[in-house]
Write a protein that binds this ligand. Structure first.
Ligand SMILES: Nc1ncnc2c1ncn2[C@@H]1O[C@H](COP(=O)(O)OP(=O)(O)OP(=O)(O)O)[C@@H](O)[C@H]1O
Ligand SMILES: [Mg+2]
Length: 362
């Protein structure tokens, strides 16, 4: 799927999301005060190679480098993307997130305290990972110099970073930086309004699902697990005795709607409920760990390709009794009106690529 508008591509930034089953690239730039979508492109792995772009074996990430580079080049060429400055997203699955509290100290003392704590929280030797962290809560009196802190620590195996560096180099892209998918997704979907709320931001892709709690614009919890769109297709395939392609079609056509084909819905429900239970568990564990103990999730945002499933948002709404919205990452971006229908239809898939690219405009 390609688009080519704006003949002269201005200097922009690329966001590259290498998913299990598709690679998405978005190019953005600034036009005055507006953020503008210049180009986008996607290639699905199965269309070309009949195997996924990335896999996880014993929790290590393996990317089929040559296929990815070839596909990236095809997207850049077909969509006539001129920019070469790129941000890449790293799967949440291969990123290690943890939060912990630190006793009262000054901000200057944080780096040392955090690297000491990291030893106890990261299951890998620290020399094998790259660490990043942010303050998610500051205790004490407002303005006090010495306060307790709550920290979000993010660790990415160096091996994963190296894989992306090689891909960028082979695709002749200048890798500006890498970040976990959730940060791109949040940049695209957490607007002024959501920054005042407690939101569950969910990415249901082909291979993995990530559930994030974003409270007042700050990532508090991120949890990934290995159940997602492909598993739903497999369930339909087994349950209804269809081949994979037919099952995939039924999933997209009927989804969870309670109308025409209830069998598709029934086949998928055990896994849908499993995802739902994870959402409930994570939401309530968030409420419990908050100081006040009162914080409730206010809204659920669904992203990733599976968010497009007919009836999914309605089902989650019925079960969770909270507003559930399907992500529309392009809502606050300028683009030619002619693209509206397309972008609405595929928005949920492009949240990460768009948000990752938007980093260039910050
Ligand atoms: N209309 C639809 N209804 C249901 N499922 C859909 C629909 N459109 C796409 N999907 C599913 O979305 C999944 C692809 O989503 P996405 O592009 O977010 O995955 P990915 O980023 O490649 O994978 P991952 O993030 O898990 O590595 C596939 O399982 C596909 O079947
Ligand atoms: Mg994905």
């Amino acid at each position: 799927m390609f688009s080519d508008f704006f003949k002269i591509a201005p200097k922009g930034f690329l966001g590259v999301d290498i998913g299990t089953f598709s690679i998405k690239v978005v190019e953005v730039s600034r036009a005055g005060k507006r953020r503008k979508l210049d180009n986008y492109g996607e290639i699905q792995a199965e269309a070309l190679y009949e195997k996924p772009f990335r896999t996880f074996e014993q929790s290590t990430l393996t990317i089929s480098r040559q296929d990815v580079v070839r596909s990236l080049n095809a997207i850049l060429r077909e969509a006539r993307i001129k920019s070469r400055q790129a941000y890449f997203s790293i799967p949440d699955f291969s990123t290690f997130f943890t939060t912990f509290s630190l006793p009262a100290m000054t901000e200057e003392e944080l780096p040392q305290a955090i690297s000491f704590e990291a030893h106890q929280h990261i299951p890998l030797p620290l020399r094998e990972v790259t660490l990043d962290w942010q303050i998610i809560e500051k205790g004490g009196e407002p303005g006090a110099k010495i306060t307790p802190f709550k920290i979000l620590l993010v660790a990415v195996p160096n091996e994963v970073i190296e894989q992306y560096q090689v891909i960028a180099q082979d695709a002749k892209l200048e890798l500006l930086s890498l970040e976990a998918e959730v940060f791109g997704l949040a940049r695209a979907l957490i607007g002024e309004r959501e920054k005042k709320e407690t939101v569950v931001l969910i990415d249901v892709g082909a291979r993995s699902t990530t559930i994030n709690i974003i409270d007042q614009g700050i990532l508090k919890i991120s949890h990934s697990f290995d159940t997602s769109g492909n598993d739903l297709t497999n369930l339909i395939s087994k349950g209804l005795n269809l081949d994979y392609q037919q099952a995939e079609e039924a999933k997209k056509k009927y989804g969870l709607t309670a109308s025409e084909d209830m069998k598709t819905r029934e086949a998928m429900l055990p896994l849908i409920d499993l995802i739902l239970n994870e959402i409930k568990k994570i939401s309530s564990s968030f409420s419990q760990t908050e100081k006040t103990g009162q914080k409730e999730v206010q809204k659920i945002i669904l992203a990733g390709g599976t968010a497009l499933m007919p009836g999914l948002a309605e089902y989650f709404f019925k079960e969770l009794q909270k507003p559930v919205v399907v992500a529309d990452p392009f809502a606050n971006i300028y683009y030619p009106p002619i693209l509206e229908k397309n972008l609405k239809a595929m928005g949920p898939n492009f949240g990460i690529a768009l948000g990752t690219a938007l980093r260039g405009l910050e």
